[in-house]
Design a protein around this ligand. Sequence first.
Ligand code: HPA
Ligand code: ZN
Length: 341
Amino acid sequence: MEGDGKSDTLIESLPKAELHVHLEGTLEPESMLAFAERNRISIPYDDVDDIRRAYEFEDLSSFLDVYYAGMSVLATEQDFYDLTWSYLTRAAMENIVHVEPFFDPQAHLSRGVPFGVVLAGILLALEDAEADFGITYRLIMCFLRDQPADEALHVLETARLYGHRISGVGLDSAEAGFPPGPFASVFAQAASLGLHRVAHAGEEGPASYITDALDLLGAERIDHGVRCLEDPVLVDRLVREQVPLTVCPLSNVKLRVFDSLAEHPLRRMLEAGLLVTVNSDDPAYFGGYLCENYRAMHASGGLTREDVITLAKNSFRASFLPDEEKLAHIQHVEEVAAAQR
Ligand code: HPA
Ligand code: ZN
């Protein structure tokens, strides 16, 4: 199936939420060069083409090497503001009306950039985008699962000093060999502070990491989760409990979780009754923002128009918005879809 103009218009015009995007993964090569220059930080690239040539990944860890190296140019509150603002202006153009983005404080603290600097830049941009574009947000702070759980606890304690500006905690970075278990007490502490809990699981790690994220971390939503398909009992549970899975098709192909979009199981997951959503993960690195993920899946035959509408509704169902706001957004999706039938 080829992409067609009518479906592309539908994809763009539907109101959508994005629930799995790493702000550091929205760092475009042009900004990387500009931030490197203004902060006098040297990077191993001469120009944009040079940077893009480095974006060929074998797997998650080969991507993470480039991702952490890239973010070394982020140093000031202005950098974090500009990074976040660029993503949000793009989101507004794509009719994304609600975002629940991630950031990785440890990846900045380890370079000597204070937590408050990172948070202030990100929050100011989120507030400005809410005022200018009406985009609502819930900010999620991720812990690096390949670093000690004690470090995560320390970050959580630091975050407490900033009150209720952070809505939830997540778990990301290298997955295989880094099960959720060691983070159980940090997540329990986060829960006691009233924070939402999500975790990357079942991207490169086994299906059992999804079960652990639910049972040991109390995760309310699973990021990626595609490897649940290897465990039918787990799939039954995820369907029964309607645990949201934030799937990222272009990311999965770039990181070789699946060989091609044609082989991506998104449609099968929808048909199985799983509460799946489409997301961009690290769009600057994976070749497309949210609409491009929908478009590419539709063009490769992996999504019908009805699936696109379902996924837009799911993005709100799976969000941390209050029920009445979810319902209002879902109704708006239905109105926009009906106008294009
Ligand atoms: N997986 C795990 N950690 C990450 C990712 C991802 O896709 N992107 C940024 N950090
Ligand atoms: Zn991710």
